[in-house]
Design a binder for this molecule. Structure first.
Ligand SMILES: [Fe+2]
Ligand SMILES: [Fe+2]
Length: 473
């Protein structure tokens, strides 16, 4: 296991001090990153002491380091999972060859594009979430928001390191551009659509961290299989951080569901809006929105790019090495759903071209597990209601269903039907205004929670219920 050197200006476990040119380039980028954090990171928080975890090593137990940190002083650094001895490329035309420690010339632009696309999402989510601290439902939640924000900042560092270390001058230019594009900027938007949406309230935040951070998990997991070993090692370590983000999303939504159900039972009513909580129908609409927007992030169902990435050995499947097949897929087929004469029709296509869809399916299966747990809360309360993932064709902007109107149940509907029902399927302006109206001033008394959300089952790092997670100074 490689220790992280915290005596360096940029903490790292890549022996940065042995490469002066690279070290200087990253040290020149660092103040620009800090300027970006000041301008577009969590608003007005630079004096806060936040109870954060910082990685002290890159193994599974390296996380136990908790303490109060001012966020601008957070030790953003470069951490790669340990190098596996004799690692080979696990799939594609080069299957079985030694993993690349340098970028192969023929895959240079492909790898750069994949790294830039992933890297761009990291600061984007920080930008999207920068005002949420104002309305935090508790100190516990505020701390979790900040933990996610600093870690997304670190994920940006992880990608910027790869660009600087392996892509020379155009890598450095791409690293600059990561701080120049901004979420929702009309002139220089972030690359992917979902990262230009706003995260205006905490329900959106929890749905985003459940659904959209989970897209990140699947992208990172398939890049963790990459034949380009530094990318693989970078992504493997990022995945350990990402798990906490999805935990925040799942438990956040779960705690809202719980509070809603408590109030429904106590007052024997479905109309919990009158009681200042979020009704289950509105939760379902937010779920529909965030799930469908996140599905778009996987790209086209049939994609020659995806096939080329795989054949080249640069991007694998989820848990590639655990799959029992030839890892080349040249003769395999895969069934994908498409639209034909106004109907949803399944057809077999070469498995290589269906890799986006396969990854999307892995993602959908994973999303469904959390929904089951939310439904357990509803069931335990004795309420006859079930949250459901909408059909994969519902509300899509990218891929085979982009031009179709499909109900959450998967029925193709007319434009008129869509217009008549969209307000029951997706959050309306009125729904969003209602949810926003619940977001009062931040709840900053230790152990207290906003009315619309239940407290968590346990504290971070097993801290007591009234723990002071953030000191405002
Ligand atoms: Fe991330
Ligand atoms: Fe994340």
């Amino acid at each position: 296991m490689m220790a992280i050197d915290y005596s360096e200006r940029i903490p790292n476990n890549v022996e940065l001090s042995s490469d002066r040119r690279l070290q200087r380039a990253l040290e020149a980028w660092q103040p620009r990153f800090l300027d970006w954090w000041k301008d577009l990171g969590p608003e007005g928080t630079s004096a806060y002491d936040v109870y954060l975890r910082t990685a002290i090593s890159t193994d599974a137990n390296g996380w136990a380091n908790f303490g109060y940190v001012k966020m601008p002083e957070y030790r953003w650094g470069i951490f790669l999972a340990d190098r596996e001895a004799d690692r080979v490329i696990p799939f594609g035309d080069n299957k079985g060859a030694a993993a690349w420690q340098e970028v192969p010339g023929e895959h240079r632009s492909t790898l750069r594009r994949l790294i830039v696309t992933q890297g761009d999402t990291e600061p984007a989510s920080v930008e999207q979430q920068r005002l949420l601290g104002r309305t935090a439902p508790s100190l516990y939640d505020l701390r979790n928001l900040f933990q996610i924000n600093v870690e997304e900042g670190r994920h940006l560092w992880a990608m910027v390191y790869l660009l600087h270390a392996y892509f020379g001058r155009d890598g450095r230019e791409e690293a600059e551009a990561m701080l120049e594009r901004h979420s929702g900027d009309p002139d220089k938007p972030r690359i992917l659509g979902a990262f230009n949406e706003q995260t205006p309230d905490w329900l959106s935040f929890f749905m985003f961290t459940y659904f959209t951070d989970r897209d990140g998990k699947y992208q990172l997991a398939s890049l963790a299989e990459s034949g380009f070993d530094p990318l693989s090692r970078t992504c493997r370590f990022m995945l350990t951080e990402e798990a906490h983000h999805m935990f925040v999303g799942e438990t956040g939504v779960g705690r809202i569901v719980q509070r809603t159900c408590e109030l429904m039972r106590e007052h024997k009513t479905d109309d919990v809006r009158a009681l200042g909580a979020i009704d289950l129908a509105t939760l379902q609409k937010y779920l529909n929105f965030h799930f469908s927007v996140s599905l778009d992030l996987f790209g086209q169902e049939a994609s020659t790019n995806a096939a080329n990435y795989y054949t080249a050995g640069v991007k694998g499947r989820f848990l590639e090495t655990k799959i029992a097949d030839d890892h080349k897929l040249t003769d395999a087929t895969y069934d994908i759903l498409g639209l034909q004469d106004g109907a949803l029709v399944s057809r077999a296509v070469p498995a290589l071209s269906a890799l986006n869809e396969r990854l999307r399916q892995d993602y959908i299966d994973d999303c469904a597990r959390g929904v089951l747990r939310w439904n357990k809360v509803i069931e335990r309360a004795g309420i006859p209601f079930e949250l459901k993932l909408p059909h994969r064709a519902f509300n899509r902007r990218i891929g085979a269903f982009a031009d179709a109107r499909v109900s959450p149940e998967g029925k193709v509907v007319s434009e008129a039907d869509w217009a008549a029902n969209a307000g029951m399927w997706l959050p309306t302006d009125e729904d969003r205004a209602y949810v926003r109206s619940l977001m009062g001033a931040a709840v900053i008394e230790p152990g207290k929670y906003a009315h619309w959300i239940a407290p968590p089952a346990r504290g971070i790092n097993n801290q007591p219920a009234d723990f002071q997670y953030v000191r405002f100074n």
